[in-house]
Every structure is written in structure tokens, then in C-alpha cells.
Design a protein around this ligand. Structure first.
Ligand code: PMV
Length: 313
């Protein structure tokens, strides 16, 4: 009867098209990355009152009722318990682990929060649909990001490729032919809120100029959606090239990101772009069938701190 345990996980993610413009209401595409994962184990501990949060990766162990309001793990637990409408529960220990690198555009915060919400929902025998999980995680994302668009929590909670636009229902993205993506990590951490905040100041100073960039990014996302649905790898690749050029123009790329993008093209990638907030973090390259290892090798050779190959289906 005691020590019953439940484990749930959530994948990382990358944004394929439309980062930043999505904050300003334009459409964007994102996909889960299952090669990296956050995992939460919830265990009944009859001898203990309340909730104990254990995060071995960062050497932390603390009680929920002592956690500060801006502690993201505690916020996920509080949000989940509120969504589940649970007023009393047995003593619980939550152990949270993640293989998703932090602050590099792979959705680590959203995945950790999603794993927590899913594990608690299953453990307390009150499964939540993905949209409800996503809503809880969105509130947690505000602690990390300030003004998140909602794309990270959506793609991680739905755990499938999505077409996303703020204030619209999530649309699943049909993938006409598998897309082999090679994700290259610059090794430079870059907190999303800083890049988003800097861009917001520039948008406030010159709204017309930035709105026009965002319109063009939105049109690329729509074009890319059709290319993904048709299985047109060359078309998707060209959309990546066009999107990266605009991301450079709005000032969110970096020498490291541009270097990896160039290396990917040198190895025959059909397209490459930065992914996520920029200034660091990850870039993605689209490898033609059978060429993923070559592109991965080129990224490593150009200084990538880590490389992940993932196939979007
Ligand atoms: O968390 P990241 O680095 O993938 O960035 C999120 C994407 C942005 O569009 C820059 C911000 C947002 O909230 O959508």
C-alpha cells in the first residue's frame, strides 16, 4: 500500500519555423525531439506529510511548502494539483531528472514541467488531456520566459509535430515524408527571455520594420507547412534558408550559429537555420536521405558542442 510509484516523461523540442514571429502572433512549426527527455517519478511516502521535490541533476531537495513562488518545479506541482482539483493527497516525493540541456532552445523547462504534471495526474488517477497539461505548463513557462508564445508547452504536451498560432487551437502537422534533422549545439547558453526582451525593445523603437520581418517569417511558416505536408524536402530546406536570413536580419543569430549553418550547407544539407531564441543554443540542418552522419560530422568539425540526429515523421 505504501511506496506506490508512477513515472512519466516528456520529450525535448525544436522550433522548425517561425520563432520570435510567433510571439507577435504569426504561425510557427515545432516538433518533439525524443532523443532527449525529462522524467518525473512520483512516489507515495506514508511517513511524510506534503510534497518533497528532489532534483538530483542540480543537487536539490526541498519541500513544496518552502519553495519560492518563482521556483519552476514547485510551480508545476502547484499548477498540477490545482488543475487536478486535489485538496488532500498522501505524502509524495517527486524525483525529477532530465537529459535536455538547459537554455539552448530544446525546451528543457517545458519538458520538466510537463513530466511533473503528467506524473502527478497519472499517480493521482486523474489523467489530464494534452491541452490541460499544456495550460499548466504555459503558466510555468512564464517564470522562465516572461512572455512566452505558448509554442514550447504545446509541442511538448502534445508530443507531436504541430502548427501553432497564438490564440488558435493547436493543429497537428502532417509530415508527408520523413525529415532527418541534425541538431547542432553551439555550446553557448542563451536565456530566451533576454533575446526576446532585446528584440521587443527594438520592435518598440521601429514597429513597422519588425512587423514586416514578422510578416515575412509568417509567410515562410505557411510555405513550410505545405512543403512538410507534401514531403518536399528541397522545399522545406529552402524555407529554412529564407527563415535563417530573416533571423540574421532581426539580430538574433550569432557567429557560432552562422558558422554551424555554413558547415551544414558545406556538407550538403538541404537547408539550415538557428532554432529557438538564438544568440546561442541550437541550430538545425535538414539532411538529404542517407546524409545525416556527414552533416553531423561537419557540425562537430565546425565546433558543435553536441549533435543530435532526429527523424520527424
Ligand atoms: O525556448 P526557445 O529558445 O526555443 O525559444 C522560444 C521561441 C521564441 O519564439 C523565441 C519565444 C516564444 O515564446 O515563442
Amino acid at each position: 500500500m505504501t511506496n506506490r510509484a508512477t513515472t512519466a516523461s516528456a520529450p525535448g523540442k525544436i522550433i522548425l519555423f517561425g520563432e520570435h514571429a510567433v510571439v507577435y502572433g504569426r504561425p510557427a512549426l515545432a516538433v518533439p525531439v525524443t532523443q532527449v527527455q525529462a522524467v518525473c517519478r512520483v512516489q507515495d511516502v506514508s511517513a511524510q506529510a506534503g510534497v518533497l521535490i528532489v532534483a538530483p541533476d542540480v543537487n536539490r531537495r526541498y519541500r513544496l511548502d518552502r519553495a519560492s513562488p518563482d521556483d519552476p518545479l514547485a510551480a508545476a506541482v502547484r499548477g498540477a494539483l490545482a488543475a487536478l482539483n486535489v485538496s488532500s493527497h498522501p505524502g509524495l516525493t517527486l524525483t525529477v531528472r532530465s537529459t535536455i540541456p538547459i537554455a539552448c532552445g530544446l525546451g528543457s523547462g517545458a519538458a520538466i514541467a510537463t513530466a511533473i504534471v503528467r506524473a502527478l495526474a497519472q499517480h493521482l488517477k486523474h489523467p489530464l488531456p494534452p491541452a490541460a497539461v499544456s495550460d499548466v505548463v504555459f503558466e510555468v513557462e512564464k517564470i522562465h520566459h516572461g512572455t512566452p508564445s505558448g509554442i514550447d508547452n504545446s509541442v511538448v504536451a502534445f508530443a507531436r509535430p504541430i502548427f501553432f498560432q497564438k490564440n488558435s487551437p493547436i493543429e497537428p502537422l502532417a509530415v508527408g515524408a520523413p525529415l532527418t534533422l541534425v541538431i547542432g549545439d553551439t555550446g553557448v547558453t542563451s536565456p530566451t527571455y533576454k533575446v526576446v526582451g532585446d528584440l521587443r525593445r527594438r520592435w518598440q523603437a521601429e514597429p513597422g520594420r519588425y512587423e514586416s520581418y514578422f510578416d515575412r517569417m509568417g509567410r515562410i511558416a505557411l510555405r513550410a507547412r505545405r512543403a512538410v505536408e507534401r514531403g518536399d524536402v528541397a522545399g522545406v530546406g529552402q524555407c529554412m534558408v529564407d527563415n535563417h536570413a530573416l533571423l540574421q536580419e532581426i539580430g538574433v543569430s550569432s557567429t557560432e550559429l552562422d558558422g554551424l549553418v555554413k558547415a551544414a550547407h558545406g556538407a550538403g544539407a538541404a537547408g539550415a537555420k538557428l532554432s529557438g531564441a538564438g544568440w546561442g543554443g541550437n541550430m538545425i540542418a535538414l539532411a538529404p536521405p542517407g546524409r545525416a552522419e556527414e552533416v553531423a560530422g561537419a557540425l562537430r568539425g565546425a565546433g558543435a558542442a553536441g549533435v543530435i540526429i532526429t527523424v520527424v515523421r
